[in-house]
Design a protein around this ligand. Structure first.
Ligand code: GCU
Length: 339
């Protein structure tokens, strides 16, 4: 399905899926033709996005390694709803797993914002080491179990996020004066993009294309993969390489699901999951380079920004956040880990 068609059909598909899920919570599962259990995974990315590819691969390996007792069916393109909705569905058990951007979990437990701070990770590889270190993230990952019935299984990288606009180039924060830039629905992102000089406007992911295309917004910020898979390159031709955040997509699972597995299947599941995360990161880095080349071929202008100016702006946000002793404590442990 093309990006444009998908976008046009999104409300209809999400609505039908919601009806199906409410009227028959096992309806989607029953569609599978094998005797094992199929976990329903709701994803808001397209089929050419690394997360979809890695999750499909996870399903195949899991099915093989558990002799068909467990596999995963991934529903892409937000066909089961946007992240806000699917996190809710996972909590109440109608869907088993989904991806939630760090900004969304920040709204459920404020402590998640530490991992979304600007300048906290030096690279994607450092980020991934931190996200797989239980001594750093273990408490955070289990913190939503009693309140929301959600367990965080781990994180996929969102890579470096950059800024893109209809008009440009953008070299310094002052070039963004008066520009309305879409941000995810989070105080931290509003604060970051505001300090970088723009007028931040929270909006959901699926609505960005139309808002920028129509000129309601002047631009948005995201990684280069989403910039291409969502077709944002068609409507915002100027990318300023700000790298203002290395974002995280958390994979959340209903807290009962792992408990339904035998000890052996659970160990297999965790092992295959670890491999999936590694494969995702590899694919991510490769696809990011390809996305930049493709964007250039299709007419995007990339700008190397005044790094000091943007860094100073981000440093102000960081210093403000570090006033919170809990944020500071985890931030320092994560920084020490990277030295
Ligand atoms: C990235 C990220 C998504 C997120 C999106 C956004 O694509 O992977 O999880 O929803 O950015 O900007 O909303």
């Amino acid at each position: 399905m093309t990006t444009r068609l998908r976008r046009a059909l999104y409300p209809l598909i999400a609505c039908l899926a919601a009806v199906l899920l409410t009227s028959c919570s096992h309806g989607l599962q029953a569609a599978g033709a094998h005797s094992g259990r199929t976990l329903i995974f709701a994803l808001d990315q397209a089929e050419d996005h690394p997360s979809y590819i890695a999750l499909e691969n996870f399903s195949e390996r899991l099915e093989q390694a558990t002799d068909g007792r467990w596999d995963v069916r991934v529903y892409p393109n937000a066909s089961l709803g946007n992240q806000q909705e699917t996190v809710q569905l996972v909590g109440d058990g109608s869907v088993d797993m989904t991806v939630a951007s760090g900004t969304l979990l920040e709204n459920l437990n404020d402590d998640f914002r530490t991992l979304g701070l600007p300048l906290i990770f030096d690279s994607v590889d450092d980020q991934m080491e931190v996200l797989s270190d239980d001594s750093l993230v273990g408490d955070l990952f289990s913190s939503l179990e009693s309140s929301n019935h959600l367990t965080v299984l781990g994180g996929f990288t969102q890579g470096e996020r950059h800024l893109y606009t209809r008009s440009g180039p953008i070299e310094r924060p002052k070039d963004l004066a008066g520009m309305k830039v879409r941000v995810q629905e989070s105080d931290l992102m509003i604060n970051m993009l505001g300090s970088m000089g723009s007028s931040p406007t929270p909006l959901s992911y699926a609505e960005v294309y139309t808002a920028v295309q129509s000129g309601v917004l002047d631009g948005a910020e995201n990684n280069l993969i989403s910039y291409m898979t969502e077709g944002h390159n068609e409507v915002a031709k100027h990318v300023a390489l700000t790298g203002h955040q290395i974002g995280t997509d958390y994979i959340v699972i209903n807290s009962d699901v792992l408990g339904d597995m035998t000890e052996q299947d659970r160990r297999t599941f965790e092992r295959e999951w670890q491999t999936t995360v590694e494969k995702h990161t590899e694919l991510w880095l490769q696809r990011t380079d390809e996305a930049q080349d493709q964007a250039e071929e299709e007419g995007t202008e990339f700008t190397d920004v005044d790094e000091h100016a943007f860094r100073d702006a981000l440093r102000t946000v960081l210093d403000g956040e570090l006033q919170d002793p809990d944020v500071k404590e985890l931030y320092e442990r994560i920084r020490d880990h990277q030295q």
